[in-house]
Ligand binder design. Structure first.
Ligand code: SF4
Length: 350
């Protein structure tokens, strides 16, 4: 693993804005998908063949807790929302992981609201160790927000291999408006934390934006600039991307999506990332409908969630926990695997 030698340019946001090419993304996103697929068919086929073969990784998120110190106005876990807060104990997390393993999963994303306290991070590290030691799960990625270097190292030492930290938006005004309170309301620490996660040992790094918060072309251009910046400093990093679209979770917040992204534009954005980063893992979650997820496989998507719950305890008995967002593809692991095979690809669990 490469150790970062340079400090991130400060402020990093201005640096990314300078090197981003929004005209390029604008031009790409304006073209019909069919025409883009025809133009880039050879590159697309080569990217899959050289870097992934026919494999498509299936995984499940495992929600550990829904308490959060932040108040993101689009999220069902935000701290101002009056919902029952749940934090699964080690036994309950292990039961959930065993259930997922019985259903065929070997790869999990452990997810929680952001609570960057040592006691919580240490408890997550211990469940990572327990899952890897006592279940058939082989690979764990984490989605826990901005942490200290020591906290990143604790989790990496526990055996987790990947860290996802989505910027949500690179538009400073939008960022400030929707991240109302909590540590996440500071934009710059989130931008630079992903390099610290890699320096702490996470070789697989997930980046992303929340589609719908701000106009897509400049957002996508800055996401590309962010990933290129990271890859320059850490050439061995294994990048991954996800482009979740905002999903309404409750009616109480009245959140209106400022810049909605339609299905075709969503697919064009995925294709843009695939062509820019042929080796990167591209994920589409169950925020999207089954039909759209199946279509996305032809654009080079390599990772799909399957048989998903987005509530803590959602795989076992708990049926009253609040989910983080609504699911639009309720197919089981076996059903998603079957759909992948029907696309001429090979579902893999690890
Ligand atoms: S998006 Fe993440 S940080 Fe924001 S409220 Fe939801 S769980 Fe917390």
């Amino acid at each position: 693993m490469t150790t970062l030698t340079a400090q991130p340019p400060a402020p990093l946001l201005e640096h990314l804005a300078r090197r981003a090419h929004p005209c390029e993304t604008e031009l790409f996103l304006a073209q019909p998908l069919s025409s883009l697929l025809a133009q880039h068919a050879v590159e697309l086929a080569r990217a899959r063949h050289e870097h992934f073969g026919r494999r498509v990784l299936l995984f499940a998120p495992l929600y550990v807790a829904n308490a959060c110190m932040n108040d993101c106005s689009y999220c069902g876990f935000r701290r101002s929302l009056r919902v029952r807060r749940q934090r699964l104990g080690p036994g309950a997390v292990l039961r959930e992981a065993k259930l997922l393993a019985e259903r065929g999963h070997r790869s999990l994303d452990l997810v929680a609201g952001e609570v960057p306290r040592d006691v919580f991070i240490d408890s997550v590290a211990r469940v990572v160790e327990a899952i890897l030691r006592r279940t058939a799960i082989e690979r764990i990625h984490l989605n826990l927000g901005v942490l200290s270097d020591a906290q990143f190292r604790r989790l990496r030492d526990a055996g987790a291999v990947g860290y996802h930290l989505y910027q949500e938006t690179y538009d400073a005004e939008t960022y400030a408006r929707v991240h109302v309170a909590g540590p996440k309301s500071a934009m710059e620490p989130r931008l630079e934390a992903i390099a610290r996660a890699h320096a702490a040992g996470f070789e697989r790094i997930g980046l992303g934006i929340l589609l719908g918060l701000a106009p897509l072309a400049p957002e996508l251009a800055r996401l590309v600039a962010h990933a290129e910046w990271l890859a320059e400093q850490a050439p061995d990093v294994r990048l991954g991307f996800s482009l979740p679209r905002i999903q309404r979770v409750d009616d109480s917040c009245g959140f209106q999506t400022p810049a909605p992204v339609d299905d075709e534009t969503f697919l064009r954005a995925l294709l843009f990332l695939r062509l820019k980063f042929p080796r990167a893992e591209l994920t589409v979650t169950t925020r999207e409908r089954a039909e759209l997820r199946d279509r996305s496989l032809a654009l080079g998507v390599t990772k799909l969630s399957a048989g998903v719950s987005t509530a803590p305890g959602g795989y076992g008995q708990s049926d009253d926990a609040t989910p983080q967002f609504s699911i639009h593809d309720e197919r089981s692991f076996a059903e998603v695997a079957q759909a992948v095979r029907a696309s001429g690809l090979e579902p893999v669990a690890s």
